[in-house]
Ligand binder design. Structure first.
Ligand code: NAD
Length: 358
């Protein structure tokens, strides 16, 4: 397995491998770039089929965090960690404590948070070994589940896209198709329903769809029909790589704005959306609410000041301005919105230290 010559390596600063025979921990921590600050990113636990698959995932995810922090205007770098294993079968408090020891070896250069397969409880176990963890429980002076804040950010970015593309300042009567009614998707639906949007929803778990129909008046849609709904906005809130050759052709929505990470199957799909005049609100720009939330938790613990929810909400609302500046830049430069976001982020985290400080 190659590391330095890996196609996803992209000048990572540090990639460390950990194993603990006693707890069964097998983990990789990747720090992509710390030019703007310590690398903050979640810990994913997944039953990877191979070590190579785990390495690829951690490298892609940690680099993505560098872009997300930079575009969001946070003094943070990008990092991520993966634990190889099935979280439902092999996760134990001891294993998470061993992960905490691994994080501690970075001495604060990497700050861990929850991700797929890990929870607030797991962050509490990690906290027993290192203070470089965020998303711990509120009674441990953390900020708890970041998903409602992520949903608020997605909603903010979506409204910015609606204003830009549809020239509307509200969502009343707007038709929105939501794929995935999990922690973020369901909270997003609640915000949309409250402001009068009409919802079209799908999920692999029928009980979630039934609840959205009952509580929010959403229309249930079959899994594969979600792309072709005659709606204004498509909001992917489940899986990555769902914007591809097959699905893009069937989209009727004029806007794509959702929470899922890595929605574009390949970079060229951003161009394909642009050619079809579908405005894509880049995923990492509008799903940064959770990162903003945990950053303020980190800051409050580092400074001893209390966690200020109003500050978090004010920063999340800046996603509106950021999204609009990306839409404008894309139009001016004749490029996709995803490329415009990447360019702005790169200008920030790759600028020489002297000009960053100025
Ligand atoms: P979640 O696991 O709570 O929800 C995902 C939902 O998608 C589940 O209800 C699941 O049943 C459903 N689903 C899975 N496969 C599906 C399919 N083929 N079709 C339709 N539905 C399907 O996850 P979440 O925390 O809500 O996150 C959703 C997405 O947003 C993920 O891609 C995640 O990486 C991203 N994200 C989440 C956060 C956060 O704060 N939770 C932050 C940034 C990005």
């Amino acid at each position: 397995m190659s590391v330095f010559s890996h196609s996803e390596f992209h000048q990572h600063e540090q990639v460390s491998f950990f194993q603990c025979a006693k707890t069964g921990l097998k983990a990789i921590i990747a720090v992509h770039n710390t030019n703007l600050g310590p690398a903050l990113g979640g810990c994913r636990m997944w039953a990877y089929e191979s070590d190579e698959q785990a390495l690829r995932d951690v490298l892609r995810l940690s680099r993505g965090m560098t872009y997300k922090a930079a575009i969001t205007g946070l003094p943070l770098g990008g990092g991520k960690s993966v634990i190889i294993g099935d979280s439902k079968k092999t996760k134990t408090p001891d294993l998470m404590r061993a992960m905490g020891k691994a994080v501690e070896t970075f001495g604060g250069k990497y700050i861990v948070a929850e991700d797929v397969g890990t929870s607030v409880d797991d962050m509490n176990y990690i906290y027993s070994q290192t203070k470089h963890v965020v998303g711990i429980s509120q009674n441990g002076q953390g900020s708890g589940d970041p998903s409602p804040t992520t949903a608020l950010g997605v909603y903010t970015g979506m409204k910015s896209a609606v204003r830009y593309r549809l020239h509307r300042s509200d969502v009343k009567g707007l038709k929105v198709a939501v794929q995935g009614l999990g922690n973020v998707g369901y909270n997003l639906c609640k915000l949309l329903a409250k402001d009068g949007a009409q919802l079209f929803v799908t999920d692999v778990q029928p009980d979630k769809v039934a609840l959205a129909a009952q509580e929010l008046g959403a229309k249930a849609v079959a899994l594969n029909d979600i792309y072709s709904q005659d709606v204004d906005v498509f909001a992917p809130c489940a899986l990555g790589a769902i914007l591809n050759d097959a699905t893009i052709k069937t989209l009727k929505a004029k806007i794509v704005a959702g929470a899922a990470n890595n929605q574009l199957s390949e970079a060229r799909h951003g161009d394909m959306l642009r050619d079809l005049k579908i405005l894509y609100a880049p995923d990492y720009v509008i799903n940064a609410g959770g990162l903003i939330n945990v950053y303020y938790e980190y800051l409050s613990r580092a400074t001893g000041k209390s966690y200020d929810r109003a500050q978090v909400v004010a920063h999340v609302q800046k996603i509106d301005e950021t999204s609009e500046s990306i839409f404008r830049r894309a139009e001016q430069d004749g490029i996709s919105t995803s490329s415009a976001a990447d360019r702005i982020a790169e200008q920030r985290f790759m600028a020489p230290a002297a000009s960053r400080a100025a």
